[in-house]
Each structure stands twice: as C-alpha cells, then as structure tokens.
Design a binder for this molecule. Structure first.
Ligand SMILES: *[C@@H]1O[C@H](CO)[C@@H](O)[C@H](O)[C@H]1NC(C)=O
Length: 259
C-alpha cells in the first residue's frame, strides 16, 4: 500500500495544548511520521542537552536547578532561540517590520552569544516544527510571539473520566520505556515485560489525586493560553476519546491549513 506524503506549503509552527494524559506525545510522534517536514523541538530536551554539553546556557540553567529554583522563562526562550538559529531558521538578514515597540537594542551578554530573542528576526518558511513543553502560560506565549509566533495551536480535548480510566490501564517497563495497556496492548504475562520478563510498574504519580491536581493546574494556566490563540485566529479544538480518534482529525486540520 502506498501512502502519499502530504507536503506543507507554508511553514507550520505548531503547539499541542492538552491535559496531562491526553496523548500529546503520541500525537507528536504520529505528526512527525506523517509530515516529514516537521521537526519536534522540545524545551525539556534542549535544556537537558545544553546541560549535558556544558554550554553557557546549560551551565547557567544547571546552577539554577541545583539551587532548587525553576529555570526562568527567558532562559527557556533563549534555548529555543538558540536552537532555531542553529538550524538556520532565524536570521537577522530579514529584519522584521514589526512596530510593536518591544525593545531590541539589548546586546547579547557574554554568557549568551546567541542573539537576544528581542532582536527582530524572520523565520524561514522551510522551518516547520512542533514546539513541545513551551509555552504553557500566556506570558510565555506572549514572549514567544516576539521571537517566532506560533501559527497553529491545537487544543486536544478528552473527558477527564476517559483519561483516568486509560491511565489506570497503563503499565510501564521503566528500564526500556515500553508501555502496555491492559485493554489493547496487554503484556503476554500480566505484570511482566514481554522482552525481559521484568516486572512492570504503574507510575505512582498516575494516581487519581495527583492527576486531578495536575489537571486543575493545567485548566487554570491553559485557559488564557487557549484564549490567546483563539484571539489570534490560529486555534483549533480537537476532541476525541482516544489517540486513534484524535489523530485523523488532527491530520485533517493540519492538511487543511498548511497543505
Ligand atoms: C467519549 O466518552 C464519553 C464519556 O465516557 C462518552 O459520553 C462519549 O459517548 C464518548 N464518545 C465516543 C465518540 O465514544
């Protein structure tokens, strides 16, 4: 069977917004497989990578993390900016004509040779990506807009009761990351990994109470985020009770918008 590969006609800069457990990771993987032009840019991966490679930003971030603090938004933005420059997706040669009055005369600090996110820059039309992990709040979205505006935000919606029953059926083999589901992908021997025979676990933070806490926090912070992208006219709400239900709707929405 041959499947034609849909080509994006213009740059897609996508974020997926969804409650914990809605399956953003699954949808991201499927999007990357479906649209080869898409890359995944994960703020968490960038952070870990920079710490590992001991880049100036990584060293700064590590110090902050070790002192028990959260890496500030500005630093995450610098990481993303740095990655986009590295990929050649940002360049100063095309100066944006934006007149939004944001300051643009701050020179890069010695610790951060990467041009500051405020410097007007234009993203290449070939640069299509799903941004993972950022922005999670309205203020993060606003600062991202001044660097590289998202042009498609997808709000994935599954009823909490459905997510919770799915979580209860999920078993993980921690060392390999293999995931089982007692409904449709059960291990051959209950509670045991198919490959190694080692015991499977259920993440303790998957417990209902913890999930609700994270869900309420998500609902609280995502409200303004969703409204922001709705205002900009680039929000799509996609509902479904399973990843398999959501995927074709997501593909269709992206094809309609970018292909
Ligand atoms: C999705 O789940 C909800 C809650 O269990 C149910 O009411 C609804 O009918 C389901 N929708 C589909 C399409 O299965």
């Amino acid at each position: 069977m041959t499947v034609s590969i849909p080509r994006l006609k213009r740059a897609a800069r996508i974020i997926l917004i969804g409650a914990p457990g809605v399956g953003k990771g699954t949808q991201t993987e499927r999007l990357l497989a479906r649209f080869p032009q898409l890359a995944s840019i994960s703020s968490g991966d960038l952070l870990r990578e920079n710490v590992r490679l001991r880049t100036p930003l990584g060293i700064q971030a590590e110090t902050i993390i070790q002192s028990g603090n959260l890496v500030p938004d500005s630093m995450i933005l610098d990481l993303i900016s740095s990655e986009l420059w590295k990929r050649g997706w940002l360049s100063t040669s095309h100066r944006s004509s934006s007149t939004d009055g944001t300051k643009s005369n701050s020179s890069p600090s010695p610790q951060n040779p990467v041009p500051a996110p405020q410097s007007p820059a234009k993203i290449s039309p070939d640069a299509s990506f799903i941004l993972d992990g950022f922005p999670r709040t309205l203020s993060q979205a606003l600062s991202l807009d001044s660097l590289v505006p998202i042009n498609f935000a997808v709000h994935l919606v599954t009823p909490p009761s459905v997510i919770l029953s799915r979580i209860a059926k999920r078993w993980v083999h921690e060392p390999s990351g293999r995931v089982y589901n007692t409904d449709f992908n059960a291990p051959k021997v209950p509670g045991r990994d198919d490959v190694t025979g080692e015991p499977l676990t259920q993440r303790s933070d998957d417990s209902t109470g913890t999930w609700y806490q994270r869900y309420h926090k998500f609902e609280e912070t995502s409200r303004d985020l969703v409204a922001h992208y709705a205002d900009k006219g680039c929000l799509s709400r996609i509902e479904g009770n399973s990843s398999d239900e959501i995927t074709p709707r997501l593909f269709k929405a992206i094809e309609e918008r970018f292909c």
